[in-house]
Design a binder for this molecule. Structure first.
Ligand code: NAP
Length: 294
């Protein structure tokens, strides 16, 4: 019987890996994943698998084909795929969302690489330290997390797992922020506050503000009024998970008062790099992937 490792060592025909979601057409993943596969000499195609909800079960089953390495999963299926898999990595289970499926020995395993991807993206900006075991430490930082949806959930578990001092979740619907705070508190001893009114935000030293809402994708708007942002220390770092547009309204507000900023392209890159390694067992060619993103 052939295995994925036969394919990876170049013995057999073309492998497949792809993105499951609805919609998928605008995704940047094929661009940098295909570049990585080619650069590592892996004969495989990264495909776009447009999948409406009523076709999800069938699509996930199709990942058990011999030539399939696995998949990425995006909106709106990151939660729905969990019960369709054979095993779930503990971090993905805690977050309740899978963005990477690996097909190995006829088993489908689910992982979440969005969360560690965010930590790598922050680290690239000089935020946090790498501990001897390779884990990222964010000890001493306070995080203001904007949003309480899927991406915010992953961020909240990643950040608290990295040892931040305090987490403040600000969300339009307060009850969603409170639910996320309660889930996080089951695994984290530090303080977690939930808010829906930014005017109650009290600035803290060593703050990181992370936008994990979709506000700013299609409109010139942000969760934080200028006067609230201006209360933060000049060393505050502002990260927006949105990468299209590359400069959101929030990033423009922050830059206008001299705060350091970055957009979500680095998180996209690092989550993709970790997915690549899970599928192939090989280190991701980060420079190739970064160059392919442009
Ligand atoms: P989601 O689960 O649908 O959550 C959306 C969040 O945005 C919720 O907190 C929602 O608040 C908030 N929101 C939506 N419209 C709003 C508005 N008009 N005003 C205030 N808040 C609003 O989506 P998601 O999967 O978490 O994704 C969120 C963002 O992260 C998206 O822009 C996505 O592209 C980005 N993302 C980036 C990466 C990356 O690699 N860079 C990875 C994952 C996600 P309510 O709860 O009050 O509705």
């Amino acid at each position: 019987m052939s295995t994925n490792s036969d394919h990876l060592s170049g013995n057999l025909t073309c492998l497949r890996v792809g993105l499951i979601g609805d919609p998928v057409v605008h995704s940047l993943s094929p661009r940098f994943q295909q570049a990585a596969l080619d650069a590592c000499g892996i004969v495989a195609r990264y495909e776009l698998w447009q999948t409406p909800g009523d076709k999800l079960v069938e699509r996930v089953r199709s990942l058990c084909a011999k030539d399939c390495l696995g998949a990425n999963v995006t909106i709106p299926h990151k939660r729905a795929v969990l019960p369709l898999l054979d095993e779930i990595d503990p971090l993905a289970a805690k977050i309740g969302a899978v963005n990477t499926i690996v097909h190995r020995d006829d088993y489908l395993s689910g992982y979440n690489t969005d969360a560690p991807g965010l930590l790598c993206a922050l680290q690239e900006q000089g935020i946090g330290k790498t501990e001897p075991g390779g884990q990222v430490s964010l000890k001493g930082y306070t995080v203001v997390l904007l949003g309480a949806g899927g991406a915010a959930r992953g961020a909240a578990f990643a950040l608290t797992g990295a040892g931040i001092e305090l987490l403040i979740i600000l969300n339009r619907h307060l009850e969603r922020a409170q639910m996320l705070a309660a889930d996080v508190q089951q695994h984290y001893d530090g303080p977690v506050f939930s808010l829906n009114d930014p005017t109650f935000l009290i600035p803290h030293a060593s703050a990181i503000i992370i936008n994990a809402t979709s506000l700013g994708m299609h409109e010139d708007a942000s969760m934080l009024p200028n006067e609230v942002l201006a209360r933060f220390d000049p060393d505050t770092f502002v990260y927006d998970m949105i990468y299209n547009p590359s400069q959101t309204y929030l990033l423009c507000q922050a830059r206008a008062i001299g705060l350091r900023t970055a957009n979500g392209l680095s998180m996209l890159l690092h989550q993709g790099a970790q997915s690549f390694t899970l599928w192939t067992g090989k280190p991701a060619p980060l420079d190739v992937m970064r160059a392919a993103l442009g």
